[in-house]
Design a protein around this ligand. Structure first.
Ligand code: DAH
Length: 347
C-alpha cells in the first residue's frame, strides 16, 4: 500500500472520506452529480490514479484495482443514498407546500332543480302515460286553421274573441290554446282511435294580473275511439283531480261552452285561500277554474276525416299554472316567471 500512496501521492482512504464529506453537504441533485463526477468521472482523481497504474508492480496493480473498485462502490453507494434523500426531501417539501387545511369551511355549491311548472308537467305526463296515453308535441307558432278553423271556429266566429290572439301574419299566430294539437293529431291518426296528451306554452293578448298571464301553459288531452262517453271524461278528470289535489280540495263540474266540444264542461277547484267563502284571488266565487273539457264536436272529427257514426271522443285542456298554484298555495301567477331563486327554491 505504501507503494501505492507513494506513487500517487494520494491516499484512496482519504479521498473516500473527502468524497463522502462533500457528498454529505450537497443540497440538490445537480450538485450531487457534480461531486460524483469530480471523484468518479473521466477527469477525476481516481482516473489520474488509474492512469498511473502502468508504473506499478503486478501486485500493486491488483491491490490498486481492488482498492479503486472498493472506492467506486462506496462513493456510488453513498451518492445513491444521498440522491434518495434529496428526492424524498423535495417530495416532502412539495407536499408541505400543497398541504390542505381540511378544517377550513368549504365553498357552497348551489344546485338548481326542476321548475315547479315542469314538475307539474312531468307528473301529468306520468299519470296519463300510466293510463295508456301518448305524449305528443305541438307548435307554438301555429296556423289559424289548426288553432281555430279545424276546431269548429271558422273565420269571423264570435267565439274567437274569447281568446285574444297575437297574430304574426293573417294566417299564423302564437297558439292561444294547446287544443291546436288536436287536428294535427287526428289527421296523423288517419281516422283511427287515439289517446294523447300534449303539454306546452300558449299565448293570449291578456292583461297580466294575479291569475292571468299573456303566456302560460296548458296540457291538452284527447281521446277518440268507439263507445267513448261523457262518463269516461268525468272518470278521467276525477282521477286527474284526485291525483293532483288529493282529498284536500273539492272539485265541481259546471256546464260551459266551447265551439269544439258538445256538451262542454269546466272544472273548478275550491279556492285554497278562502275555501269557498270568496276572496280577491277567486274573484269572490270561492272556486278557481282549472280546465275546460267536453265531448269532441262531431264537426271537429269530421273535418279530420273521422267516421262520426263509429267514433266519439272527449278532450280537455288543463291550466298548468292554475293547478300548480292550487297545489302549492301560490297566489300570484307572475311569480312563476321571475328568476327569483328564493321563490323557486321552495318547491
Ligand atoms: N282550449 C280551451 C281553453 O284554452 C280549453 C279546452 C276546452 C280544451 C275544452 C279542450 C276542450 O280540449 O275540449 O280555454
Amino acid at each position: 500500500m505504501d507503494e501505492l500512496n507513494l506513487k500517487n501521492e494520494i491516499n484512496l482512504d482519504d479521498l473516500e472520506k473527502e468524497a463522502i464529506e462533500n457528498l454529505k453537504n450537497v443540497q440538490n441533485e445537480q450538485a450531487l452529480n457534480e461531486v460524483k463526477a469530480q471523484y468518479l468521472g473521466k477527469k477525476s482523481k481516481l482516473s489520474q490514479i488509474m492512469a498511473s497504474m502502468r508504473e506499478l508492480s503486478n501486485d500493486a496493480k491488483r491491490a490498486l484495482g481492488q482498492k479503486s473498485n472498493e472506492f467506486k462502490r462506496k462513493v456510488e453507494e453513498f451518492a445513491n443514498k444521498k440522491r434518495d434523500e434529496l428526492i424524498n426531501a423535495a417530495v416532502n417539501e412539495k407536499l408541505k407546500k400543497e398541504e390542505i387545511d381540511v378544517t377550513l369551511p368549504g365553498k357552497e355549491f348551489k344546485t338548481g332543480h326542476m321548475h315547479p311548472l315542469s314538475q307539474t308537467i312531468v307528473e301529468l305526463e306520468d299519470l296519463f302515460v300510466s293510463m295508456g296515453y301518448e305524449v305528443i308535441d305541438g307548435n307554438e307558432v301555429e296556423e289559424d286553421v289548426y288553432n281555430f278553423e279545424m276546431l269548429n271556429l271558422p273565420k269571423g266566429h264570435p267565439a274567437r274573441e274569447m281568446q285574444d290572439s297575437f297574430y304574426i301574419t293573417d294566417n299564423t299566430l302564437l297558439r292561444t290554446q294547446t287544443s291546436a294539437v288536436q287536428a294535427h293529431a287526428l289527421l296523423k291518426a288517419k281516422g283511427k282511435p287515439i289517446k294523447v296528451i300534449s303539454p306546452g306554452k300558449v299565448y293570449r293578448r291578456d292583461n297580466d294580473d294575479a291569475t292571468h298571464s299573456h303566456q302560460f301553459m296548458q296540457c291538452e288531452g284527447l281521446v277518440v275511439g268507439e263507445n267513448v262517453t261523457m262518463a269516461d271524461l268525468k272518470g278521467t278528470l276525477n282521477i286527474l283531480a284526485k291525483k293532483t289535489f288529493g282529498d284536500e280540495l273539492a272539485i265541481r263540474f259546471r256546464p260551459s261552452f266551447f265551439p269544439f266540444t258538445e256538451p262542454s264542461v269546466e272544472v273548478d277547484v275550491e279556492c285554497f285561500k278562502c275555501h269557498g267563502k270568496g276572496c280577491p284571488l277567486c274573484k269572490g266565487s270561492g272556486w278557481i277554474e282549472i280546465l275546460g273539457a267536453g265531448m269532441v264536436h262531431p264537426n271537429v272529427l269530421r273535418m279530420a276525416g273521422y267516421d262520426t257514426d263509429k267514433y266519439q271522443g272527449f278532450a280537455f285542456g288543463v291550466g298548468v299554472e292554475r293547478i300548480t298554484m292550487l297545489r302549492h298555495g301560490i297566489d300570484d301567477i307572475r311569480t312563476f316567471y321571475t328568476d327569483d331563486a328564493r321563490f323557486l327554491k321552495q318547491f
